[in-house]
Design a binder for this molecule. Structure first.
Ligand code: ADP
Ligand code: MG
Length: 238
């Protein structure tokens, strides 16, 4: 089963082409990391997959369904942003529950899912707090919890650790790896950090200037970089 299939995906903003003929597949349960320097199009690619931006051309299939014309909320995906993007006026519980309420899920089911996700992410003691009363690491766990309760077919993470200090970064990275093992879900994770990519990925996709430069396992890319750009970016010995 293929969780995501991108065929000839292009995206332009006005005259500027930001994504150039992207072809890619993510298998069910795979942890795929997109790496590349700032400005190469990583966030744009996630936004196109999620439907927050429309592709200029090309096809996007999620779990076998063509989603080009399907709105973000109905694509079976959940996205976690660098900036957490929590609602400041809502409690942790209500932040996690909101999308489920909007989908008109029965109250008991919502409560069950929020309880389970908050256990998984050690947030049980914080459910009645608002985001301003939490640390950065806790806020990011709430944002992850908000994705988990939706039980998406595909998780998208856009540099989720960038706003955390070094110790919390390590901690949260391990937490995301554990979550992946526990849920067995398909995940795409964007970072410009080589260490995160090497430690988290089943498969790394190296992007450069809107193109896929190389796809492979961390070891394949480290040992056999396709070119000097990849070698220097990943830090392979020359
Ligand atoms: P990354 O996440 O890899 O740092 P982005 O996807 O954010 O890169 O941006 C890739 C390029 O697309 C950049 O040159 C950026 O300025 C441009 N870009 C992104 N979003 C927009 C937009 N809404 N309008 C115009 N240009 C954009
Ligand atoms: Mg970005």
């Amino acid at each position: 089963m293929t969780a995501l299939l991108l065929s000839n995906v292009c995206k332009s903003f006005g005259q500027v082409q930001v994504l150039k003929d992207i072809n890619l597949h993510v298998e069910d349960g795979e942890f795929v990391v997109f790496v590349g320097p700032s400005g190469c199009g990583k966030s744009t690619l996630l936004r196109v997959i999620s439907g927050l931006e429309e592709a200029t051309s090309g096809d996007i299939e999620i779990c076998g369904t063509l989603v080009n014309d399907i709105p973000p909320a109905k694509r079976g995906i959940a996205m976690v942003f660098q900036s957490y993007a929590l609602y400041p006026h809502l409690t942790v519980r209500d932040n996690m529950a909101l999308a489920l309420k909007q989908a008109r899920m029965p109250k008991d089911d919502i409560a069950g899912r929020v309880a389970e996700a908050s256990r998984m992410l050690s947030l049980e003691d914080y459910l009645d707090r608002r985001p301003a009363e939490l640390s950065g690491g806790q806020r990011q766990r709430v944002a992850i919890g908000r994705a988990v309760v939706r039980e998406p077919d595909l998780f998208l993470f856009d540099e989720p650790l960038s706003n955390l200090d070094a110790a919390l970064r390590m901690n949260t990275r391990l937490e995301i790896a554990r979550l992946h093992r526990q849920l067995g879900a398909s995940m795409i994770y964007v970072t410009h950090d080589q260490v995160e990519a090497m430690t988290l990925a089943d498969k790394i996709v190296v992007l450069r200037d809107g193109r896929v430069e190389q796809v492979g396992s961390p070891m394949e890319i480290y040992n056999n970089p396709a070119n000097r750009f990849v070698a220097e970016f990943i830090g392979s010995p020359s």
